[in-house]
Design a protein around this ligand. Structure first.
Ligand code: PSV
Ligand code: MN
Ligand code: MN
Length: 393
């Protein structure tokens, strides 16, 4: 097979031009492991500075117009002022993430806790998040549940599911008509024996019970090694229930490394399912978000690299010759079908994407352009005492 140079035609221009990737505010704070959190010069000191940094990613890629907040990590006195600040920087506020994992009361569970008072507190926290949505113009509430147990017999798995269903219904009832809620699953951690929302099936069952405004979040780092994630993507898309991605890479567990760094082929296979289902369009309702932490690498370039990796995987998926693939699949041509997919994956799309950026009036190379801008040096000089990711102002 001879390599061909891909051309930026009208179809690619439109599809790639419409793509957006949401950034997590916490990617801009310092983070690390339980062993050590390394500081980075210029780390944001508050949510305002996190948004200013996120806006840099959008400025150089044109791909990241929304910033997702985590409450209470990103607590401010006036959320409408934070939304105004975002707008001033050319971005908007995206999903509002609740936090059920840093309060002593939630040691044995939050929305699943056997004590109704603890459950009430956890539900009230989501009501607070919905108020933040109203103040910021955000339309999406994201719930990730750390609840689970560490030992067999510690609590009733079944009773916890019932309590969870009730708590989620109370939260759902608080949503406005134009709000959506997404429920994220994770197979283990912080709980080690059983997790209350461990997989897409459990998340989907709760969403189906709640109603049309509830959909599943797929965090690529939240599966057992070897899981066929693109199968889950295809299945949720068939049901119209894929609400969002949390993109990141993992080698071992929930590593939160840069998207497309560990396994670019997996990212391509995921985007191939998205393109096949025509779910790249903004109206598809799928929010393509990153959920990452940059422990040792610089944060803004780390985010730029990640969105570029998602864009490259998308461009390759758009290059799959759908007709040839369909013909080979129908003919039972195993090697031919696989060859069509691999041809697209093996295409170098970097030139095509550079052309797209130049057409959009941006620099062809976002990494170089950001490095040359002097922004990193400026914030390193201006900001003293930056925060750890995950700790509010
Ligand atoms: C949990 O591991 C998770 O993926 C959830 O999305 C949290 O909100 C996020 O990480 C916190 O970093
Ligand atoms: Mn996540
Ligand atoms: Mn995670």
């Amino acid at each position: 097979m001879t390599a061909t140079t891909p051309v930026l035609d009208a179809r690619l221009r439109k599809a790639l031009g419409e793509q957006t990737i949401e950034l997590p505010s916490w990617a801009f704070g310092n983070s690390g492991t339980r062993f050590k959190v390394f500081g980075t010069p210029g780390t944001p000191r508050d949510p305002y500075e996190k948004i200013a940094d996120a806006a840099q990613v959008h400025r150089y890629t044109g791909l990241a117009p929304r910033v997702s907040l985590h409450v209470p990590w990103d607590l401010v006195d006036d959320f409408s002022d934070l939304a105004r600040h975002a707008k001033e920087h050319g971005v908007t506020i995206g999903m509002i993430n609740s936090n059920l994992f840093q309060d002593d009361d939630y040691k044995l569970g939050s929305l699943t806790h056997s004590d109704p008072a603890v459950r009430r507190k956890a539900v009230a926290h989501h009501v607070q998040c919905i108020d933040v949505m109203r103040a910021t113009g955000s339309k999406e509430l994201k719930v990730w549940l750390p609840d689970g147990t560490n030992y067999p017999g510690q609590d009733s798995i079944r009773a916890r599911q019932d309590r969870l269903a009730e708590s989620l219904a109370e939260i759902y009832a608080e949503l406005d008509d134009d709000h959506r809620m997404v429920l994220e699953y994770k197979f283990f951690e912080p709980a080690f024996y059983h997790t209350d929302v461990p997989d897409w099936g459990t998340s989907l069952l709760h969403c189906l019970a709640l109603g049309e405004k509830a959909n599943v979040v797929l965090d690529t780092g939240h599966h057992a090694p070897g899981t066929n994630i693109e199968f889950i993507v295809a299945q949720l898309l068939r049901q119209g229930r894929l609400g969002a991605f949390d993109f990141n890479s993992r080698f071992y567990a929930d590593d939160d490394l840069m998207a497309g760094a560990a396994d670019p082929f997996q990212l391509f296979r995921i985007m191939h399912e998205i393109v096949q289902a025509d779910a790249l369009r903004p109206e598809s309702g799928v929010n393509f978000m990153l959920d990452q932490c940059h422990n040792i690498e610089e944060k803004i370039p780390g985010q730029i690299r990640s969105v570029m990796n998602v864009q490259e995987a998308t461009a390759k998926a758009l290059l799959v010759d759908a007709e040839a693939l369909d013909a080979a699949q129908r003919a039972g041509d195993v090697l031919g079908a696989n060859g069509v997919l691999m041809d697209a994956y093996n295409t170098d799309v970097r030139g095509l994407l550079a052309d797209l950026r130049v057409e959009q009036g941006r620099d062809a190379d976002p990494m170089k352009a950001f490095a040359a801008s002097g922004y990193a040096e400026r914030i390193a000089a201006e900001r003293v005492g930056g925060q750890q990711a995950g700790w509010g102002a």
